[in-house]
Design a protein around this ligand. Structure first.
Ligand code: TMP
Ligand code: ASP
Length: 235
């Protein structure tokens, strides 16, 4: 499958057309940003590492009954995916307090939550991806009531599958962000990526952070950590 014209460039990936109107190629970059692009950097080999991690995870989720955009990996950095219209929602699931949740509610990072906690942000860089509720989503016409319900069910399923999967690899799934897209025939499927860029993963023994917080918070050993996560999920 050959790359056609570039359709989109995001902060971590580029998307290209293919000769098949229903398929795209995503190409993962080494660029890293944080705080809505305010902090910029590069993480060597991140593109290839995240491509591989995300594909392993998406294949697992497909097997577990969550429909995804994943078709097949084409190269180190490139993957063939189904073309979708991304719903402008960041769907966040939290198991343990961290990050913006800890800050917003004044809860210590690492405190277990009463149960998996779902949160939506409006995917809009200019506005800084503000928190949004179901009524806001309907008011703005970002998704229908049925779509929101479907997204909730899939998000909880993704959490169940990934929590067990990562736990098996010695990683505690603290929280993660996923995105969904709509296919031309109107189905909602999981899209974007699942990687250390989009999850918080802590070593189960040491609580060491093994995700993008190492870059966001200048904790060092960034490249090594991304590679270590790949090694763990691969085996
Ligand atoms: P937060 O605590 O900063 O809101 O992040 C929650 C989860 O979402 C965390 O696993 C990191 C991920 N995330 C993204 O993937 N993209 C983003 O732009 C942000 C802010 C968070
Ligand atoms: N998506 C955020 C940004 O660009 C990065 C993050 O904190 O994950 O800057």
């Amino acid at each position: 499958m050959k790359r056609g014209k570039q359709l989109y460039e995001g902060k971590a990936k580029k998307v290209f057309a293919t000769e098949d109107p229903d398929l795209c190629i995503v190409s993962y970059k080494d660029d890293a940003t944080a705080f809505n692009g305010a902090k910029k950097g590069r993480i060597a080999d991140k593109g290839a590492v995240n491509n591989m991690i995300s594909n392993i995870v998406f294949a697992l989720l497909e097997e577990a009954g969550v429909p995804t955009h994943f078709v097949r990996q084409l190269s180190d950095r490139e993957t063939l995916v189904k073309k979708v219209r991304i719903l402008p929602l960041e769907v966040i699931v939290r198991n343990t307090a961290a990050g913006s949740f800890s800050k917003r509610f004044g809860v210590e990072e690492g405190k277990p939550l009463a149960g998996p906690t779902l949160e939506f942000s409006y995917k809009n860089d200019e506005l800084g991806d503000p928190l949004i509720n179901d009524d806001h989503i309907l008011a703005l016409g970002l998704a229908s009531e049925d779509e929101i319900a479907e997204v909730r069910v899939y998000a909880h399923k993704v959490n169940e599958v990934l929590e067990a999967f990562f736990n098996d690899k010695g990683l505690k799934l603290i929280d993660f962000k996923i995105e969904f897209g709509k296919t031309p025939d109107g189905r909602v499927i999981l899209a974007d990526e699942i990687s250390p860029d989009t999850c918080r993963l802590w070593d189960v023994e040491t609580n060491e952070k093994m995700d993008k917080d190492r870059f966001r918070r200048d904790l060092g050993k960034v490249e090594e950590t991304y590679r270590a996560v790949l090694e763990r999920v691969r085996t």
